[in-house]
Structure formats: structure tokens, C-alpha cells
Design a protein around this ligand. Sequence first.
Ligand SMILES: [Zn+2]
Length: 84
Amino acid sequence: MITTQVADVLFVDCGDGYEIKHGDRAGQITYTRQPRARYECLRCHHASPVVTGPTAVAHFTATARTDHRATCPGHPTQQGAQAA
Ligand SMILES: [Zn+2]
């Protein structure tokens, strides 16, 4: 049995859209509902603002957890640093 302690949650809504098949914008995605993402840390109860837009969401999901852990007052590495 594996016990997993959930310490943070990354919510990602990929939105709705369709890929343009022809023309100058072929390969691009047109969104009828923009992608959204937000991050919550359950250690310190930090909740990020909601990020919208494909580029912002991609960046956010790639960095939100790492960025927050660097400053999270409840993260073990922060406590460990004080203990050591
Ligand atoms: Zn935190």
C-alpha cells in the first residue's frame, strides 16, 4: 500500500477549441473557451490567481509548483533549512 500525502494541487482546464486545418493559420488552435489553470498549496493554504490563455497556462503549469516550493513556508526544505 502506498500512502500519498497530497501537499499541493495543480488545476488545469484545457479549454475547448479546434485546430485550424487550412490557410495561413493552419496548425493554430482557436479556442471557444480559453484554457485556465490555478495552483493551491495545502501546506500553507496559498492559492494562486487563475491563469488564462494557452501560453500563460503552459508556462504556469510548468513552473507554478517549483516556483511556489521555493518560497512556501510549509515546505519541508524550508523547515529543514531552519533545523540545520
Ligand atoms: Zn505553500
